[in-house]
Write a new protein. Structure first.
Length: 526
């Protein structure tokens, strides 16, 4: 036997697991570290160290470290409970003698099998080994997930990230999680014991940075946080003079657009800032009291929270922002805080804080044939057209590559009549030259109260499939509040995937989550 291998065995008091390209097995205790040796051949022994939840904040993640005398690379497969389409497969191109492999996507309360294939510098397979990693049960605050529909052959790739609001009786922090198409939670963060984020309130929730890490902002303390999949804080950015609410957005140049309150101001949720990511300083401020009318009371009589900005999108084609003001409408703004257009019922738009005529920025709705809708009741929002409805108390406004705008039309106070009774995912085509708006797709009205969420909620366009992800996050039509994440084929309006998410204790008694996103568990970097 190779003397090097004997020494390793003596030092570690471990055993050799033979491998002839078959799967060999070892056990790792929950939240533990364990060492062992893999033997790929008489010449190659691989020392293995496994750390389950190494950060303390990602219970379904592990770090596996391989040490060898010969350089290798690794491919990993977390073996799914439900067959190959539940597997998580990831290749790691790094070649070396000391390689750290992040393992994400383990099942809770389960003896997971994680398969590793090792390659030499010529990419020739050396052997395949399998670890068994035992995980703990989910914490009690996590939700029940029911899969109502799943056409897995047609679904957009990836898993579903949920900006979860459910909490336990101690009211500890929000916990983002990712679940697969079978409803199994495969990743989550639990910051309950974190020295900084123990009171995490990320509002709209985390997103993925261009570099693959997650990011979110928090309002206590007020900062933007970049974290890896283990939940380790990689970087932070401050916002002196302001407090975060709702959303932070990464621009193509890496800077951040942040929805904020200004300290000591008499109004709230009506400022936006841009933070230079490299310099960690505020470089632009949008004061909506100047560009809009904070005295307009058509949809609210709250003079402090007069607009309630709950979402922002960036239009790279002309360096503008499209903002969702829940109690005013959707507005496009230039970098100089000038209004480009207003998407909202036409009633009562007058003069802005900087004395501009806002009525001239209102978009003119068109019917399906492209003709102008001139009925004043429809323009003002007291009635709907068969081809067109305005957005009501909307969330998650986004600009698509073709310039169209999608949003979650909550429907609260629709036509000024009070609640609902339905929410919609809507796509509007906007002609800025002619100042017109045309409704070109919608979904949700036919579902009525079963997908009606008067607050929070999300839409996302899944471009590769021409699908829409429709995610009402605060449905109260059943015996217990719940949320849904629904993938819709936009060509046929057929449901490709639908999951119901039920929290044991919803936030504020009725909110399950703010947003859901479809993404790969491991980032795909450009």
């Amino acid at each position: 036997m190779d003397i090097r291998k004997i020494k390793l065995l003596v030092l570690l008091g471990l055993f050799i697991v033979s491998c002839n390209n078959d799967d060999s097995v070892s056990n790792v205790a929950t939240d533990s570290t364990e060492n062992e040796i893999f033997s790929c051949s008489d010449e190659l022994a691989i020392e293995v160290q496994t750390l389950l939840n190494p950060s303390g904040y990602a219970p379904l993640s592990a770090l596996v470290i391989f040490n060898t005398d010969e350089p290798i690379s690794v491919t990993m497969r977390v073996i799914g409970k439900n067959g190959a389409d539940a597997d998580i497969i990831q290749s790691f191109p790094e070649i070396g003698t000391n390689i750290e492999i992040p393992v994400h996507g383990l099942y809770p309360d389960y003896e997971n099998e994680v398969e590793f294939t090792f390659y030499d510098t010529n990419k020739v397979s050396l052997c395949t080994q399998t670890l068994k990693i035992q995980t703990a049960s989910l914490i009690s605050a996590m939700p029940e997930i029911t899969i109502n529909t799943a056409d897995r052959s047609q679904m957009a790739a990836g898993m579903t990230l949920v900006s979860y609001y459910g909490y336990d009786t101690d009211i500890h922090p929000f916990r983002p999680f990712i679940f697969d198409s079978y409803g199994a939670i495969r990743w989550y963060l639990n910051y309950k014991e974190h020295p900084i984020l123990s009171n995490l309130h990320y509002d709209n929730g985390p997103g993925r940075l261009a570099n693959g890490n997650f990011y979110f902002a928090n309002n206590e303390p007020d900062a933007i946080y970049e974290v890896d999949l283990f939940g380790n804080i990689i970087n932070t950015w401050d916002m002196p003079g302001f407090s975060f609410h709702h959303e932070v957005l990464e621009k193509p140049n890496g800077n951040f657009i942040v929805l904020v309150d200004k300290h000591d101001a008499s109004t709230i949720e009506d400022y936006i800032i841009e933070i230079d990511r490299s310099a960690n300083e505020i470089i632009t401020i949008w004061d909506l009291n100047e560009s809009l009318d904070n005295t307009r009371t058509t949809l609210t009589t709250d003079s402090e929270d007069w607009i309630h900005v709950n979402g922002v999108s960036y239009d790279a084609s002309d360096d503008t922002l499209v903002i969702s003001g829940r109690t005013q409408g959707v507005v496009k703004l230039t970098a100089a805080n000038e209004v480009v257009w207003i998407m909202a019922p036409h009633a009562d738009w007058k003069t802005s804080g900087n004395l501009k005529d806002l009525s001239s920025n209102l978009l003119q709705p068109l019917d399906a044939s492209g003709s102008a809708i001139t009925n004043e009741a429809i323009l003002d929002g007291t009635e709907n057209h068969s081809d067109f409805e305005w957005n009501w108390y909307q969330h998650a406004t986004k600009v698509l590559a073709d310039g169209s705008v999608i949003l979650f039309d909550n429907g609260d106070n629709r036509n000024y009549t009070g609640l609902g009774p339905y929410s919609r995912a809507v796509q509007y085509k906007i002609d800025e030259t002619n100042g017109t708006i045309q409704q070109i797709w919608h979904y949700g009205k036919e579902r009525g109260e079963e997908t009606y969420s008067r607050v929070v909620s999300d839409v996302d366009y899944l471009e590769a499939n021409n699908h829409m992800l429709f995610s009402p996050g605060g449905i109260t039509s059943g015996a217990q509040p719940f949320g849904k994440s629904i993938e819709i084929d936009m060509e046929t309006n057929s449901i490709i995937f639908e999951a119901t998410i039920t929290a044991p204790t919803p936030f504020a008694g009725h909110i399950t989550f703010h947003r859901t996103e479809r993404l790969s568990l491991y980032p795909t970097l450009n």
